[in-house]
Design a protein around this ligand. Structure first.
Ligand code: URP
Ligand code: ZN
Ligand code: ZN
Ligand code: ZN
Length: 473
């Protein structure tokens, strides 16, 4: 059915203007004034912004990790994402050494199919680079539409890859048109510091932060950036938490390296002191990289404002406080790493960023949607509002005030790290390819309505024109 979204203020990464949208066959077919389409459903967006749907480039849904499995899956995770104004997620598909990459993909397709309520894609983890992996990569890129590859520089004896693997992945990505993503922390140094702390009887959650100081993130970020320059390749650094790492990314960019950086809401508004909460509550804030001293927040906001960091991911990887986080009682290194963040990513950036004057409204759209679509081969189908694009749309009330709480959130996890935080602005209705997923703050979507997205190759300059059949309605 046709829809007209009337009276809203459309915001893209470049423009803010009053217009109506006509939606047909899941796409925006026209942008203008006073549409008089008989039979069209009229959606009144008076007093609201109309944003392109948020794209979360960093989620771990139903992921085995830390001796358990992350709580939110493709059902609860994507429903919560939609409530929060996100209409696309790109989830990390884990691979096992010695097994075909294709097996891992089958596992991830099985987890997501018939569950996701919004569209989704996968990044693929590279744990080692050898002849078999190299041979499989062209198919993964060209047929599976997976064009971003994750290398972990931390989690020794679990996910960590060596520098040889990182370098070879950078070379392969350059040749084949992929973007390499890194979790940049020095896993060997962390391993040493963790063992030392435990040997000294330091077992509380705060030691998670103290054994992963900013230097180990800065060092790994700088190393990955240097290797990217050497390989003349392209790099995306996930979950940048501190000034040291942001500075390395900025330096690399000044030197002309193709290096990008993502931060997450938790690093913008929470700090290390949360890990000192009594009664093991600090475990709720254990993720990697860890929360930092408060002054780092200003550096991260500045980096977003100046463009030294370009995107916001949630790093959603939720575990219940009771029954999962408590695996690490008496040993901080056994606390499953991660938190429930997917739902509040967009709202926090709007409230703390736009409302408080740290970034502009258009930057907000760029950081939560447009730039992510461009980097990960989804643009212009996703990430903007223009004729021919998917009608992934968020109708956002910028004035409503609410308090974040686990009592009202839609994630499966039993706590919210932002509990009690007041935010201004909230999605009222959210459409995925022209269909309501959230309507007047109620979930009206269907499990399985989200589609798997095959993504285009990394193409920074967008020199290849978009094929017309991808955009015509
Ligand atoms: O602690 C975190 N961030 N958990 C998820 C896995 C990762 O490192 O991104
Ligand atoms: Zn297998
Ligand atoms: Zn990570
Ligand atoms: Zn992550």
């Amino acid at each position: 059915m046709k829809k007209v979204i009337k009276n809203g203020v459309i915001v893209t990464a470049t423009d803010t203007y009053q217009a109506d949208l006509l939606i047909e066959n899941g796409k925006i077919s026209s942008i203008g004034q006073n549409f008089n389409e008989t039979g069209a459903e009229v959606v009144d967006a008076n007093g609201c912004y109309v944003f392109p749907g948020g794209i979360d480039p960093h989620t771990h849904l139903e992921m085995p990790f830390g001796g358990t499995v992350s709580k939110d899956d493709f059902e609860t995770g994507t429903i919560a994402a939609a409530f929060g104004g996100t209409t696309t997620v790109i989830d990390f598909c884990l691979t096992n050494k010695g097994e075909p990459l294709k097996h891992a993909l089958q596992t991830w397709h099985a987890k997501s199919k018939d569950k996701a309520v919004i569209d989704y894609g996968f990044h693929l983890m590279i744990g080692e680079m050898n002849e078999d992996v190299l041979e499989e990569l062209p198919t993964i890129i060209n047929e599976e539409g997976i064009t971003s590859f994750k290398v972990f520089m931390a989690y020794k004896n679990v996910f960590q890859a060596d520098d040889g693997t990182l370098f070879k992945t950078l070379l392969a990505a350059k040749e084949l048109g992929g973007l390499v993503m890194v979790h940049a922390e020095n896993g060997d140094v962390i391993d040493y510091l963790v063992k030392q702390a435990l040997a000294e009887g330091k077992t509380d959650p705060i030691y998670h932060a103290l054994t992963r100081p900013p230097e180990v993130e800065g060092e790994a970020t700088g190393r990955a950036a240097e290797l990217t320059g050497l390989a003349n390749s392209q790099l995306y650094v996930v979950h940048v938490s501190c000034a040291e790492a942001a500075k390395k990314i900025a330096e690399a960019r000044r030197r002309g390296f193709d290096v990008w950086g993502e931060t997450c809401p938790q690093y913008l508004v929470l700090d290390k002191s949360y890990l000192e909460k009594p009664d093991f509550e600090g475990a709720k804030y254990v993720w990697s990289p860890p929360l930092r001293d408060k002054w780092h927040q200003d550096e991260l906001w500045n980096a977003l404002r100046t463009g030294d960091l370009q995107t916001l991911g949630s790093d959603q990887c939720s575990f219940d406080f009771k029954g999962q986080k408590d695996l690490g009682k008496g040993d901080f290194s056994k606390i499953p790493n991660g938190g429930p963040i997917i739902e509040d990513r967009v709202s926090i950036l709007y409230s703390e960023g736009v409302k408080k004057g740290r970034i502009t409204l258009n930057q907000f759209v760029d950081i939560t949607s447009t730039r992510i679509a461009k980097l990960f081969g989804l643009y212009p189908k996703k990430g903007t509002i223009a004729v021919g694009t998917d009608a992934d749309i968020v109708i956002f009330d910028p004035n409503v005030e609410r308090t974040i709480s686990a009592e009202t959130h839609h994630m499966a996890a039993d706590y919210n790290p932002f509990e009690g935080m007041k935010v201004t602005g909230e999605p009222v209705s959210v459409l995925s390819r022209g269909e309501f997923v959230i309507q007047n703050k109620q979930f009206v979507g269907k499990l399985g309505q989200g589609k798997y997205l095959k993504r285009a190759k990394y193409n920074l300059s967008q020199t290849e024109p978009t094929k017309s059949d991808e955009l015509t309605i």
